[in-house]
Design a protein around this ligand. Sequence first.
Ligand SMILES: *Cc1c(COP(=O)(O)O)cnc(C)c1O
Length: 225
Amino acid sequence: MKMNSQKTISKLEIIKNQISEQEIRAGQKKGSVKLIAVSKTKPMNQIEPVIEEGQSHFGENKVQEAALKWQEFKKKNKTIDLHLLGPLQSNKVKKVFGLFDYIHSLDRNSLAEKISDEAQKKGFCPKIFIQVNTGLEEQKAGIEPEKLNDFIKSIRKSLDLNIVGLMCIPPINDAAETHFKFLKKLADENGLLELSMGMSSDYVAAIKCGATYVRVGTAIFGLRH
Ligand SMILES: *Cc1c(COP(=O)(O)O)cnc(C)c1O
């Protein structure tokens, strides 16, 4: 970009360019990696300019916050796809339906059953990622990797859920790529096609390892307070 260029390139554009470049390098089709703009804690007046730039996938961590920000907005903007990235309590499942299009944090049987029950009542189901605690961190949500295959088997056998892939958040101090490659291997073993991995600091590495959804907040919206 020229120093004296009138139009400055936005943060969103920078990231989209990076993603396109990685898609080409990895020999993947253009648009095969989806960018989720993580708008948690940010008010709608900071989110709307990003929508006007053409962004359609957004991520939130909390059901309550998302309902306040997006419930009405989504009725008028049908092209928005909303992703729940944070942990989900069973008593909030009802609220998720009709608000979120994707859930990234399924990690236990009781929750799977709740979602399945609600899906039967409503006649539709959000797309679901199973969160895997690849770093075996006590404070982190996600199913333990060694329990994953049985969990998926039991869901496929007895529940009617739309499981599309796996999600992970690597431990802060580990090399993220080790976890991304591990998650890819687990997805392959289970015939799952989608991988939700990579944040502001490591989404490029995640795409190299096979990410199909990257979740980027800070690099688009700036620091959170
Ligand atoms: C906040 C959050 C992100 C975005 O993180 P940044 O570092 O701001 O890009 C991605 N995924 C999850 C699960 C998050 O909670």
